[in-house]
Ligand binder design. Structure first.
Ligand code: ADP
Length: 270
C-alpha cells in the first residue's frame, strides 16, 4: 500500500529452502520521522533565547572590570557555556538537515588543495609549538561533491585530531588516489581509541570518555555529521587506532567522484 514501509529479510532454512521474513515497519518509520522533526524544531526554537542570553552576557562583559572576582568568573563561565550550547545547536541543526536531505547542496568539482588551505587557516589558531600539522594533498586532487558538507566533515576530523592529542604531535592530512577510490586521511599521534568502541563512534552523542570529551568542548555529534556527509557522497569511513599511539580516519570516495586531471575528465565526459 502507498505510504507503507516493509522490511524483507531472507535466511537459508535448510539445504533447499529459504525463509523470507516480511515486516511492516511503517510505525517505526513514522516514529523515526517524528524524532527527527522534533530535534530539528527544538534546535531551531532554542536559537532565539540563546541569542538573547548571549546579547545580555556581552553587555555584562563590558562592565566586568568593576565587578567582584567571583562574578567575573561567573560571567566567563556563562560565556563559555553559551558558546558550547551554540555549537551544539548548530551541530544538531546541521545533522537534521543532512538526515532530511530535503534541499541537497549543489555538487560540483572541488579542488582539494584549495579546501585544505581553508582547513589550515581554520586550524592554525588552535595549534601551539607542540603540534605539527602537515598537508600532503597534490594540486590536481578533486572530489565531485558538496563543498560545505565536505568542509564540515573534514574540519571535524582535523579538529578531533587536535582535541584528542593533548600532548601534541604530528597531524598528517593527506589525499591518495588508487584505482578504485580517492582517500582523504587524517592521522594523529593522540590518545587513540580502544578497538571495542570503534563501531560506535559515529552514533550521535557517543563519546569514549565522557569526562574528557566535555573538557575538550566536543558536542558528540562530529562523527555523526561525518557519517552523513560521507553517505551523501557514496563514501565510506575507516578508522584505525591504537590506544596511546594515535588514530587514522580515512574517507574512501568512489573512483567516479574523484579525478586526477580535470581537463581529461571534461574531454571524457563530452
Ligand atoms: P566529540 O564532539 O565528542 O569530539 P565526535 O563525534 O567528533 O564527538 O567523536 C566521538 C568520540 O570519538 C569522541 O568523544 C572521542 O572519544 C572519539 N574520537 C574522535 N576522534 C578521535 C581521535 N582523533 N582520537 C581519539 N578519539 C577520538
Amino acid at each position: 500500500k502507498e505510504g507503507m514501509y516493509i522490511e524483507i529479510q531472507t535466511t537459508l532454512y535448510d539445504q533447499n529452502d529459504h525463509l523470507i521474513f516480511v515486516r511492516d515497519v511503517t510505525r517505526l518509520h513514522l516514529l523515526e520521522q517524528m524524532r527527527k522533526d522534533f530535534v530539528a524544531n527544538a534546535s531551531h526554537e532554542l536559537k532565539t533565547p540563546l541569542t538573547v542570553i548571549k546579547g545580555y552576557l556581552e553587555t555584562l562583559g563590558m562592565f566586568k572590570d568593576n565587578l567582584p572576582a567571583s562574578m567575573q568568573r561567573g560571567i566567563d563561565n556563562m560565556t563559555d557555556q553559551s558558546a558550547r550550547m551554540e555549537q551544539l545547536i548548530e551541530d544538531l541543526l546541521l545533522l537534521s538537515r543532512l538526515e532530511a536531505n530535503e534541499k541537497p547542496e549543489n555538487h560540483q568539482w572541488i579542488n582539494l588543495a584549495e579546501l585544505a588551505t581553508t582547513l589550515q587557516k581554520m586550524a592554525n589558531p588552535l595549534l601551539d609549538e607542540r603540534f605539527e600539522l602537515n598537508f600532503d594533498i597534490p594540486n590536481d586532487s578533486f572530489i565531485y561533491g558538496a563543498y560545505n558538507e565536505l568542509y564540515s566533515a573534514f574540519s571535524n576530523l582535523v579538529l578531533n585530531a587536535i582535541k584528542y592529542s593533548p600532548e601534541g604531535g604530528n597531524i598528517q592530512v593527506s589525499w591518495r588516489n588508487t584505482e578504485v577510490s580517492g582517500i582523504f586521511t587524517v592521522k594523529d599521534e593522540g590518545i587513540g581509541i580502544d578497538p571495542r568502541y570503534i563501531p560506535r563512534l559515529t552514533e550521535r552523542f557517543f563519546r569514549v570518555d565522557k569526562g574528557r570529551s566535555s573538557a575538550t568542548g566536543g558536542t558528540g555529534l562530529g562523527l555523526a555529521i561525518v557519517k552523513h556527509v560521507l553517505i551523501h557522497h557514496s563514501a565510506k569511513l575507516q578508522v584505525n587506532s591504537q590506544p596511546n599511539y594515535g588514530s587514522t580516519f580515512s574517507c574512501y570516495f568512489p573512483a567516479d567522484r574523484v579525478r586526477k586531471d580535470p581537463l581529461l575528465q571534461a574531454v571524457t565526459n563530452t
